[in-house]
Design a protein around this ligand. Structure first.
Ligand code: PLP
Length: 384
């Protein structure tokens, strides 16, 4: 398989798996137990907390382990909303469903919300956020980078706008931690969501960073774990894996950024040369170095994906999601003003640690004939 879907998930790095193994076998104590077998495991959890804290420039006590990005997003927005009881939420039109759905859920329960638009480049204008602020705004949630097009948002500017008015600022940094430097203190972040499986750690593990003093109501009630802020026996192996993944990300981020950006740029250049009516989505510079999102006119993204997979073993993703039998174009591409019929022809390639030059050359060879064949069969009206 040529795996080019790292924004969906990353393989567990073998070095991460190695450190997890003992916690799935002999080191099975409960970290809350006071005997030795429990306390050794507790130490492993606390070491991982420190490693994650180091990557974010956070204090260990500000890190809450969760089940991943979705739980951290939900807890941030719902937790602040429930703590305040009423008020207005600001987010953007291109957020992950983990943010959009919980905001919609709160709207049905008496909260109000503004979904700030993006430009055609997929980037939010901080001025639009400023205009959306109301006297009762309680939280602003803006993702650090978008998972579909990779655009990086001006979160520092937006955090400053929030703090001027005493509003809590949350960022979904699921796609950036491990790819871009994230310093919660310098960037003015109050709440941050991170997911281990996007940075070569295991699925079902993540963190919520909570700046000291930020008030929110816990959303998972139970035992006293995580200082009463998130009940439930810790996913120890997952947490230990996340700690190692954070350590590796810190050490390797800069060299990976250069290597993978070169490959991504080569992919874009190769496809541009060989395919007519192709356009790349999102701001050219303000985007993740591993992501390219492309619209190829007069073809369906899903059809390209299936051909890439079945004929060449290439795994990528498309912007369209199959909902109840019909293909819904990506809400992100629509928010960027891309017409639905063009958005249907979108593909996302997200490169990663294992991606090689040979793989990229294979994609450049494989995709153009697929596009040609599909266009020949296409029912899409051409407007040349
Ligand atoms: N936020 C973003 C931007 C994502 O890309 C994802 C995963 O695709 C999530 C949140 C959800 O994270 P998880 O899969 O850990 O629940």
């Amino acid at each position: 398989m040529i795996y080019l879907d790292h924004n969906a998930t990353t393989p567990v790095d073998p070095r991460v798996f190695e450190v997890m193994k003992p916690y799935l076998t002999e080191a099975y104590g409960n970290p809350s137990s006071i005997y030795r077998a429990g306390q050794d495991v507790r130490k492993a959890v606390e070491d991982a907390r420190e490693m994650v804290g180091r990557l974010l420039n956070a204090e260990p006590r500000e890190i809450i382990f969760t089940s991943g990005g979705t739980e951290s997003d939900n807890t941030s927005i719902k937790g602040v909303a429930l703590n305040r009881g009423k008020g207005h939420i600001i987010t953007s039109t291109i957020e992950h469903p983990a943010v959009l759905k919980v905001t919609e859920w709160l709207e049905k329960r008496g909260f109000t919300a503004t979904y700030v638009p993006v430009g055609t480049d997929g980037v939010v204008n901080p001025e639009d956020v400023k205009k959306a602020v109301k006297p009762d705004t309680i939280i602003i949630s803006l993702m650090h980078a978008n998972n579909e097009v990779g655009t990086v948002q001006p979160i520092e500017d937006v955090a400053a706008i929030a703090h001027e008015k005493g509003i809590v600022f949350h960022t979904d940094a699921v796609q950036t931690v491990g790819k871009l430097p994230v310093d919660v203190k310098r960037m003015g972040i109050d709440l941050l969501s991170l997911s281990a499986h996007k940075l070569y750690g295991p699925k079902g593990t993540g963190i919520l960073y909570v700046k000291r003093g930020t008030k929110f109501d816990p959303c998972v009630h139970g035992g006293h774990q995580e200082w009463g802020r998130r009940g439930g026996t810790e996913n120890v192996a997952g947490i230990v894996g996340l700690g190692k993944a954070a350590e590796l990300a810190e050490a390797e981020m800069a060299s990976e950024a250069k290597r993978v950006r070169d490959l991504r740029d080569r992919l874009e250049a190769g496809l541009t040369e060989r395919i007519a009516d192709i356009m790349f989505n999102g701001h050219r510079e303000k985007r993740l170095w591993n992501t390219t999102n492309v619209c190829i006119k007069y073809v369906e993204g899903e059809a390209m994906l299936l051909n890439l997979d079945m004929r060449h073993g290439i795994a990528a993703s498309s912007g369209s999601a199959c909902t109840s039998g019909s293909l819904e174009p990506s809400h992100v591409l629509l928010a960027m003003g891309i017409p639905a019929e063009i958005a249907h022809g979108s593909l996302r390639f997200s490169l990663g640690r294992g991606t090689t030059r040979e793989e990229i050359e294979k994609v450049i060879e494989a995709l153009p004939p697929i596009v040609e064949k599909l266009r020949a069969m296409s029912a899409f009206p051409r407007k040349e």
